[in-house]
Design a protein around this ligand. Sequence first.
Ligand code: NAD
Length: 337
Amino acid sequence: SSAPAPIIATLFPGDGIGPEIAESVKQVFQAAEVPIEWEEHYVGDQIDPRTQSFLTWESLESVRRNRVGLKGPMATPVGKGHRSLNLTLRKELNLYANVRPCYSLPGYKTRYDNVNLITIRENTEGEYSGLEHQVVRGVVESLKIITRQASLRVAEYAFHYAKTHGRERVSAIHKANIMQKTDGLFLKCCREVAEKYPEITYEEVVIDNCCMMLVKNPALFDVLVMPNLYGDIISDLCAGLVGGLGLTPSCNIGEAGIALAEAVHGSAPDIAGKNLANPTALLLSAVTMLRHLELYDKAERIQDAILNTIAEGKYRTADLGGSSSTTDFTKAICGHL
Ligand code: NAD
């Protein structure tokens, strides 16, 4: 009778393969006795005027209240008059940092077997501010916005992450030699924060050089923090180093300590409803959520069970060269728990 109250977390199963891989997460969490109770929300079939999107106000309130959630892939409906689902989530919940752990999966052979890095992408401004216009015919302008506030916020998160996750180094990725004002300010903010973390080594790496170093020897990096556009590209590059988007977890960090974990891949309409989807990315995203909640034991146990199942090679989904269904792969993971 004195069992601690469960933690309530929001779950967006999402579209396409979303519900199938979300079911896999629910089963694995149950098998691992994770003290989480899911509050499920689906994307609506009409526009909610309060959010101007197909996401309901109630579902956003659920994340704000619980401060933690897991999101499956969502297919943004086409047509005018509404905001994209991911944009709505980012704006409404102020999701300012996108964090992607990227590590080699033992037993799943790729070009490298020693990758273990984290990309942290500023998620609200930079080139993605959506401020583009035509100056005169044949000349257009796009504004790249960098603010002290957003740069300090993401730098602070990166160093905090490094410190709390036993990481030793933070690399700020930039092009300040050309973008002197914008990337210059980003670096200045990173340096300011670095001073507060003398135990963490801080370095600055120019983006082009960073790309070359990553493909030659990704083990050179630990935690990378970047403005929006560089982060978009580098985080996908890093996913490619370890086997692709189907395996890559991510977590979005918002103001007031909100964490919304999500797989990086889309809704995979070509295989939806066929029990073929690989739930690994969503499962590993759920693991980042557990770490955010400081449920480290559960996080390690579940991550080990996933990695062991893949390494064993007996049960793998088709995208990893196997012939297992989503449900059989999930059962195998539960067996490893
Ligand atoms: P996608 O990631 O859905 O699919 C690309 C390819 O990868 C497909 O062949 C698919 O079968 C495969 N794939 C993806 N995830 C897989 C998994 N877990 N297991 C096995 N195979 C997997 O990309 P897309 O086809 O460009 O997009 C489809 C829809 O998803 C679009 O509506 C798009 O807007 C949406 N989308 C959503 C998000 C998100 O919610 N974060 C991200 C990307 C795309």
